[in-house]
Design a binder for this molecule. Sequence first.
Ligand code: HEC
Ligand code: CU
Length: 479
Amino acid sequence: MFRNFSRPTVHVLIASNHGLFRHGLMSLFKKKLGVKVDVVAEVTNLDSAIEALEKRDVDLVIVDYDDEQLNREDILARFVSGGSQKKVILVSLSNPESAMLYDRRELPLSQFEAWFEAWRTSEDKPSKAFAQQEGHKIRTRSSRMKHFVVAGLLVIVLTVLLILGAGQVRLLPVAASAQAEPIDQLFRLMFFAIAFLFSLIVVFILYSIVVFRRRKGDESDARHVEGNTTLEVTWTAIPLVIVLGLSFLGARSLAEVERPDPKALEVNVIGLQWTWRFEYPRYGIVSNELVLPANKQAILYLSSTDVIHSFWVPEFRVKQDLLPGGEEYVRTLRITPTEIGSYKVRCAELCGIRHAYMESPVLVVSQADFDVWVAQQTGESTDPVERGRKWSNQYGCLSCHSLDGSQLVGPTWLGLFGSEVKLADGRTVIADEAYIIESIRNPGAAIVEGYPNIMPASLGQELSDERIQDIIAFIKTLR
Ligand code: HEC
Ligand SMILES: [Cu+2]
């Protein structure tokens, strides 16, 4: 069984530049152990050590730890990790009190005897024998596959549990804007990816800690691995592809989130310590609550009068800073609310002592309710027909169009809606909403037969869609 030590003599190679080192060692061997020691060779550098080892049969290589001239690292690298079967130890004799033995671990030299006995009575490679019997199953290809399969299954199970578990927790509040859709999609995708990556890492760590833990009595070193190019290329390439894919998806959702609607409702949002102000330039409204019609894009022009604030309505998902500094620093944010309801805008940038209280109501209402709100704010009638009559007067329409069928510069509005209109180019059209809008926005496009093309085109530029709708509502009543 003790193949190497059935022989009564231990063959030793000593590497040192100090003559005294050998003497010290020999007395150690003689004093403590009844073993015959044969110093096969005494060398002073790595090359001669290799040379000696090639020629002679050596059981144990002892390197002088305190020898500055010897390159310890080289020797260890050559004999330990270089795959040599020789047993190599380092011994320090510099100080009799603190003399040391180094064999992967530090031992006081007083334990040399015990160490030597253990080494002698175990086989040449005790650790190897142990590793062979214990680790055999790890080494074979099929058992390695088994570990991968088990760990892989655990990864899948944990990923699924995480995803299902997170479904129970409400990570995000209700999505109340069109912009929330692409953002939430991306968030879900990222969450799945993170759940998977988390499982991958944690499962492999825990699995290794449990299954490949050091068993009692196992003194063996782990297998020495010198890098694995395939693995390294793989774990660089796959994340690279994933990151590129994510940035592509990110850019796409950003474009979607910022897609402009030329008819967006304009609102100036002003942040100040510590409240919000909302201005609707089209209606001349100033408000301390943000009221938005559902399903219509609002473009917010954000600015601050003092420090940096940040406009954040979690239900809308998007967020944007408000900067002081005037015109140049105005930022925009597009929101298309989709869910009628009341929310809250809060400041998401620490802006002073009352930052936490910088909240204002955000109301998403139907278009009809929005019109009522605007009318209330501006003191205007809530009846579109009433408003239509007012606009017709204010914009001077009624100086050219009569309401009672009498003849002015332009055709009368009495019975206009739904009637057949003969045009100067010979066509006949029905006077529906589209025709009336066109007549106002672009008066030269269709001229009524028998009338001059004198209706001012500037009116069409000044009137908002809402006001034209009011005028149409008014014209509809003139039958
Ligand atoms: C300076 C006179 C003038 C003013 C002001 C004017 N229009 Fe006209 N409008 C006309 C004339 C002339 C026509 C017929 C020729 C044409 O079709 O351009 C007409 C045609 C129309 C038509 C098509 C009527 C039909 O019978 O087919 C509509 C609708 C209309 N105007 C709406 C308006 C509105 C709304 C305003 C006010 C915002 C307005 N107009 C202001 C002169 C005027
Ligand atoms: Cu703030």
